[in-house]
Design a protein around this ligand. Structure first.
Ligand code: UDP
Length: 369
């Protein structure tokens, strides 16, 4: 531990409870970081929507559950849409709870991609840190993130450089990546399994492109993930022969990794500036190489030819060619990359550095307007 023991409030996503899958990758990020920060000796109070469950317990952890209605997600709104707060919304209630206990704590880490917590940063004495989980999908979010960057440059962090480029920032971005517990993922040596795809079933994830690869190769595609957009999912089902896709559902991490580990490759086909791409790293943790579009986070996680292949966005022929060459990638390279760059211990240490900077560094004159 490089800094003294901290008492931290972690505020979960207001989209679904932890374990529901509605929050996407943020859910696993929170659970992983919690474990990592606790292992470094910090005390955590997690404030999360009612129903949230954690797969572990600790004397350093307190959970406060809050009831209320989910926030609509920004990725499914128009760029110019205003901020929405639904009736009986959980978001303000999560933050009323933060304000109630803030006096007892050293700092808050916010995981929700929402305007309200960013704006509150200007009004509270306690330092609120924001781990920004998406690229810029909305103008008002872009505006408030830029404003907070100018006022409190060390209180924002991003998962990848490419994600941070969506925003106009005062200083170089703080990049913390992401990380997962290595005990939760078993290395699988089998090189001859099926092809897989994992993610929320929603247009920005581009499942149809991976299905086209499986169709071209006359194979099945195993698909894991929460069906967020039913219309989109049935459109894909109706476009391709039923036998091509094998829907595996949304599984808890232990089952997900066990099935994913049997694949010979994961195909990752985002259509947006993917902030990170948890499933890419989870796949590598199991020894499964990844073929992904060179867009956003995936472009920083995959070292072309070492732990997978990068392909030009929307290039189906490129995906097919890479899939045919996948045996050139050593599965051990994938696990090694994960253990070096993306365990939750490494992630928690990067976050600890970030907090240290935000809590202790004076903003120099160069950074002030
Ligand atoms: N996931 C899961 N079970 C499944 C399929 C996916 O728990 O059966 C989780 C996976 O662990 C990952 C998340 O779904 O954390 C998807 O996150 P990703 O960063 O890939 O994309 P996002 O949904 O955040 O855009």
């Amino acid at each position: 531990m490089i800094i003294k023991q901290l008492k931290l409030i972690l505020v979960s996503t207001p989209i679904g409870y932890l374990g529901s899958g509605k929050g996407g990758g943020v859910e696993l990020t929170i659970v992983s970081l919690l474990k990592g920060l606790i292992s470094l000796g910090h005390k955590i109070i997690l404030i999360a929507p009612k129903g949230s469950k954690l797969p572990f317990d600790s004397h350093l952890l307190e959970i406060r559950l809050i009831d209320g209605v989910d926030q609509p997600s920004w990725q499914h709104q128009k760029t110019i849409d205003p901020v929405l707060i639904p009736f009986n919304s959980v978001l303000p209630k999560l933050w009323e709870d933060v304000i109630e206990i803030a006096d007892e704590c050293d700092a808050v880490i916010n995981f929700s991609y929402d305007w309200l917590p960013l704006w509150l940063t200007k009004t509270q004495e306690i330092k609120i840190f924001h781990l920004i989980s998406m690229g810029a999908e909305s103008l008002i979010m872009k505006e408030i993130i830029s404003e907070i960057s100018h006022l409190y440059p060390f209180q924002l962090a991003f998962h990848s450089k490419r994600q941070s480029k969506d925003y106009s920032l005062k200083t170089d971005p703080i990049i913390v990546g992401n990380g997962f517990d290595k005990e939760d993922y078993v290395f699988n040596q089998n090189e001859n399994g099926p092809l897989g795809w994992a993610g929320r079933i929603a247009p920005e994830k581009g499942l149809e492109d991976a299905v086209k690869v499986a169709k071209n190769l006359g194979e099945k595609l195993l698909v894991w993930g929460l069906i967020e957009d039913k219309e989109y999912a049935s459109k894909i089902e109706n476009t391709f022969k039923k036998e091509i896709i094998e829907w595996r559902g949304f599984l808890p991490t232990n089952k997900f990794q066990e099935q994913l580990g049997r694949c010979r490759a994961l195909i990752n086909t985002p259509k947006w500036n993917e902030a990170y791409g948890n499933v890419i790293v989870e796949s590598m943790a199991c020894g499964v190489p990844v073929i992904a579009y060179d867009l956003g986070g995936p472009g920083e996680l995959i070292e072309d030819g070492f732990n997978g292949f990068l392909v030009k966005p929307n290039d189906i022929d490129g995906l097919i060619k890479a899939t045919k060459s996948i045996s050139e990638i050593k599965r051990k390279n994938c696990r090694d990359w994960f253990e070096k760059k993306a365990t939750n211990k490494v992630f928690a240490e990067r976050v600890e550095n970030w907090l240290d900077k935000g809590l202790n560094k004076k903003i120099s004159a160069d950074f002030q307007d």
